[in-house]
Write a protein that binds this ligand. Structure first.
Ligand SMILES: [Zn+2]
Length: 218
């Protein structure tokens, strides 16, 4: 399919917004909006409807910045303190990865690295790219950007993998030596990064990606 075919198809795509209809996120029914109005009430269930999520860009930015700031203590502060017969030890995410790698559990090292460093930072960077592109009213491949947002949303649950890994480590250490493990402040910051990034992705309205296309064709 050529680029011009695709543009023509996009120009004739019918959306609720273009037809002056608001779709309800609770009961899925369509309600006609008053002319020129950007919000209304669902004619079936009475819930508050809007064409777009309110202040999407501002709220996404605020949560993104919080995410970047929390990412620093999440990586610098220890995520766990270990007390064993061999002494006390504190580990950050990275030193934990290095420890796992050098002690021969390279597959665990790879999982922890992907789940706690690669995925969270990739999510922050991708969402920043999407917000900036929407702010600059970019017309670059909206389909590609929508797919990026879809992957971003579905990948969220993989960040929780890290918690399983920590749980597994705790079990392993308990079996091998008589050690105690406590979660450190870095674990709290890491949990906050996961939650804040998830909220940022939820605050972003992917429909904004398509808006510049509409105004160009209308
Ligand atoms: Zn409704």
């Amino acid at each position: 399919m050529g680029e011009s075919d695709r543009l023509t198809r996009m120009a004739f795509t019918r959306t609720a917004g273009r037809l002056g209809l608001l779709s309800c996120h609770l009961c899925n029914s369509l309600t006609e909006s008053a002319p020129g109005a950007y919000e209304g009430r669902c004619s079936r269930c009475g819930s508050h409807l809007r064409f777009r999520k309110p202040d999407s860009i501002t709220r996404t930015w605020a949560l993104l910045i919080a995410g970047y700031l929390l990412f620093i203590p999440a990586n610098l502060l220890p995520i766990m303190h270990t007390n064993s017969l061999f002494g006390a030890q504190s580990d950050t995410i990275l030193s934990g990865v290095v420890y796992l790698w050098t002690s021969g559990s390279w597959h665990l090292a790879v999982i922890v690295f992907i789940a706690s460093i690669l995925v969270p930072s990739a999510k922050l960077v991708t969402l920043t790219f999407l917000v900036v592109s929407v702010q600059r009213r970019s017309t670059w491949d909206p389909l590609q950007r929508t797919n990026m947002y879809r992957i971003l949303e579905s990948v969220g649950r993989w960040s929780m993998l890290d918690i399983f890994v920590v749980a597994m480590l705790v079990a392993l250490v308990h079996l091998q030596t008589l050690a105690t493990i406590r979660a450190g402040a870095g674990a709290v910051a890491f949990g906050a990064v996961v939650v804040v990034t998830m909220l940022a992705a939820m605050a972003f309205d992917p429909r904004l990606i398509w808006d510049p296309r509409w105004t160009r064709h209308e």
